[in-house]
Design a binder for this molecule. Structure first.
Ligand SMILES: C[S@@+](CC[C@H](N)C(=O)[O-])C[C@H]1O[C@@H](n2cnc3c(N)ncnc32)[C@H](O)[C@@H]1O
Length: 242
């Protein structure tokens, strides 16, 4: 399998910038707070984790489009460690067609010294040579499982549908839809609907009209809410079609 590696330049603040897509991996103000706000709060993860019953252990599944530097994963894992019952497992499934190298990932995650309990183990476990399309990494024994699919988003989602994967929460984190339309297409939204149930939520930084219309057409109810930093709005939603 031939994969094109992420093409990254580093700006004057040391933030990664994709030269393939001419876009940034996270906002310049504070990517960590942005990730916590848009994806963790946008899916109400803290209260959902707190409300999981330790009487009936299970698996909570987050599916992310665009693994990138793994920052969103580290934020979700931190929240899981703080709030979820010990006997539940977080399964974090993410995909990327242009994966970062281990070195690029390490440099990107070094920006966040406050969450090294999560970034360091990720860097250590992340493949040093990516020559498979699927990796499964376990953290804290098996309390957290990271499934990485290095594939086009459409193919990765089709594979997950075959595996009967159902998301509890979606993190939609492709690059800007105008620059990266493959990550925000009808093909993606229809596959998402097949992997959702009435408890499934989503959030994303994008409020582009075709993203809102595309998600709505597939049975998601979406709402524009206050955005992070300079962005006026972001989107959150849930799957509403039975
Ligand atoms: C904004 S970045 C993701 C940032 C990431 N969530 C993080 O925490 O660092 C968008 C990602 O989408 C990936 N991507 C772009 N087009 C893709 C495609 N067609 N299929 C899968 N991944 C794609 C890029 O390689 C990039 O890593």
């Amino acid at each position: 399998m031939e994969l094109e590696q992420a093409q990254i330049s580093w700006d004057e603040n040391g933030l990664p910038h994709s030269t393939q897509f001419d876009d940034k991996y996270f906002c310049i103000e504070n990517g960590l707070l942005e990730s916590q706000y848009i994806f963790c709060e946008g899916n109400a993860l803290q209260s959902r984790f707190e409300n999981l019953s330790s009487e009936a252990p299970g698996i909570f599944i987050i599916v992310e489009t665009g693994f990138g530097t793994g920052l969103n994963f580290c934020c979700a894992w931190q929240l899981w460690k703080q709030h979820a019952p010990q006997n539940w497992q977080l399964q974090y499934v993410s995909m990327d067609l242009y994966p970062l190298s281990q070195e690029q990932l390490k440099t990107s995650l070094a920006l966040w010294p406050g969450i090294t309990d999560f970034t360091q183990p990720l860097v250590k476990m992340y493949p040093s040579l990516i020559n498979e399309s699927r990796y499964e990494l376990s953290f804290e024994k098996t309390r957290v499982k990271l499934v990485l699919l290095f594939d086009h988003v459409n193919d990765a989602l089709s594979q997950l549908i075959e595996d009967k994967c159902v998301a509890d929460a979606w993190f939609l984190d492709g690059f800007d839809p105008a620059k990266n339309p493959h990550m925000w297409s009808e093909d993606v939204f229809s596959r998402m609907a097949k992997m959702s149930n009435l408890q499934t939520t989503l959030s994303t930084f994008s409020v582009a009209g075709f993203v809102r219309r595309g998600l709505t057409a597939q049975g998601f109810t979406v709402e524009k809410i206050k955005g992070f930093g300079r962005k006026r709005h972001m989107l959150k939603g849930f799957y509403a079609k039975s």
